[in-house]
Write a protein that binds this ligand. Structure first.
Ligand SMILES: *Cc1c(COP(=O)(O)O)cnc(C)c1O
Length: 247
């Protein structure tokens, strides 16, 4: 592609993302108002997985300073390529323990912690990264809760949540920030988010500063906001359809 054509394509994409972002922020504001919650009480986390660093940079220039990624290698590459020093990167996807070290170098927050083994690996990795000067603060952790009985989709069973929360709260490399969930495909999201809100209320009785509730995506953010979400993770409604992959 010629440089001029490339510039035209980028300008068109910038206009598209700018318009979609405005629409999405208005949609979130409307959901917050409809739920009777204070303006500004729900943050947008743009999910940029499968989209190129150039798209992230367009969103950066539109003022976004937080991005969600779901695959460690893709995220590491974007973080290195973009080199921002004022962006918080969030790991929202399933995470294997052998990626803990890499994630602790770039992630501000991990939304998908669902086992003591993973939490322990991340604690060690975050402490090592702090000792090596690769990060300045403990890793913020959201515990991903399973709202069905399908372990394949990730998430800790509600019965195991209190013990996992206690372990994370005591880990010097971690900061317990709240909960995250993805509603089961076959269940009404409203009932799932209500269930999640109950679990969050009970977590807060023991861990009062674990106030973050990461819930709601492109298709269900209104329901999540109604049930107390503080952070909606939105990909498709902002970026467009993702390329089909097996991941
Ligand atoms: C991809 C992804 C999202 C965004 O989903 P959309 O439906 O595209 O908005 C949110 N959360 C997680 C964990 C994801 O992997």
């Amino acid at each position: 592609m010629s440089a001029a054509r490339e510039t035209t394509r980028e300008t068109a994409r910038a206009q598209e993302l700018s318009a979609r972002l405005d629409g999405l922020l208005a949609r979130i504001d409307a959901a917050v108002a409809a739920a009777g919650r204070p303006a500004g009480s729900v943050r947008l986390l743009p999910v940029t997985k499968f989209f190129p660093a150039a798209d992230v940079d367009i969103l950066y220039r539109l003022g976004r300073r937080e991005f969600g990624e779901s695959r460690e290698q893709e995220a590491s590459a974007k973080v290195a390529e973009l080199g921002y020093d004022d962006v918080e990167w969030h790991m929202i996807g399933r995470l294997q323990r052998n990626k803990a070290r890499a994630v602790a170098r770039w992630a501000h927050t991990v939304h998908s912690v669902d086992s003591e083994r993973l939490a322990t690996a991340l604690d060690r990795a975050a402490r090592d990264a702090m000792a090596a000067g690769e990060r300045t603060a403990p890793l913020r952790v959201l515990l991903q809760v399973s709202l069905d009985d399908d372990p394949g989709r990730g998430g800790v069973a509600p019965a195991d949540l209190p013990a996992l929360a206690d372990l994370v709260a005591k880990a010097p490399g971690l900061h317990l920030a709240g909960l995250m969930a993805i509603p089961p495909l076959d269940a009404a999201s409203d009932a799932s988010f209500a269930n999640l809100a109950t679990l969050h209320t009970s977590l807060l009785t023991r861990h009062a500063d674990a106030t973050e509730l990461s819930a709601g995506m492109s298709g269900d953010l209104e329901s999540a906001v109604e049930h107390g979400s503080t952070c909606v993770r939105v990909g498709t409604a902002l970026m467009g359809a993702r390329p089909i992959t097996s991941a």
